[in-house]
Design a binder for this molecule. Structure first.
Ligand code: GRF
Length: 194
């Protein structure tokens, strides 16, 4: 993996599986003068992912690889990451777990955003589970990725209050808003010392 010197922005790839609001947000932040990164590659396991639209909109290269064969997906992704000299990976609504072998290739340079206050509520349906348990707060977490689900070292968290009669939809919206707030902050923070 190449490291960049001087004022050049760090080339990142964003992995998505769905609507891509975090991808969109990261792209917008990348245009800011003080941003330390640029989004150079979008990788998805899902050809129908709505977020792929931001590839055309912002002229960013996209690659879609089938996940039915995980080895194939990871091999092709690694090839593209190397070809495009990507230095850092952000998972953003990427619904698959990367293998130890894949992660080894990008040690300490893969992060993810998760819609809960980790270590609480790893995995899916976080909002429903938080509501079922009558939590007073929920939130989101940016963390390093390791081969265990939502378990890598925590980088940044932000919480929101759960109101009475909060719905899953309402909570999802509220949490997504703070995800868009902290993901670029966490990324820029890491890349400052990169
Ligand atoms: C976000 O809530 C993210 O935390 C989770 O999946 C959702 C993706 O949303 N991992 P989007 O595709 O970025 O809009």
């Amino acid at each position: 993996m190449e490291k960049l010197i001087g004022n050049k922005k760090i080339k990142i790839a964003v992995f998505i599986s769905g609507k891509g609001s975090n991808l969109k947000n990261l792209i917008h932040h990348s245009y800011k003068k003080n941003s330390k990164f640029e989004v150079n590659l979008i990788i998805s396991n899902n050809s129908k992912a709505k977020g792929l639209i931001y590839s055309e909109k912002h002229k960013i290269k996209k690659k879609i690889f089938k996940y039915s064969d995980k080895k194939f997906f990871e091999k092709k992704s690694l090839e593209e990451l190397k070809k495009n000299k990507i230095n850092f990976i952000c998972l953003a609504g990427f619904m698959k777990i990367l293998s130890k072998n894949f992660i080894k290739n990008f040690k300490g340079t893969i992060i993810n955003i998760h819609p809960s206050l980790l270590p609480k509520y790893k995995g899916l349906n976080t909002h429903q589970r938080a509501l079922n348990n009558k939590e007073k707060y929920s939130g989101c977490t940016v963390h390093y990725v390791n081969s265990k689900l939502d378990s890598g070292k925590i980088i940044l968290q932000k919480k929101v209050k759960i109101k009475k009669n909060e719905t899953v939809k309402g909570l999802e919206k509220k949490v997504l808003k703070i995800e868009h707030n902290i993901y670029p902050i966490a990324l820029n923070k890491i890349l400052t010392n990169f």
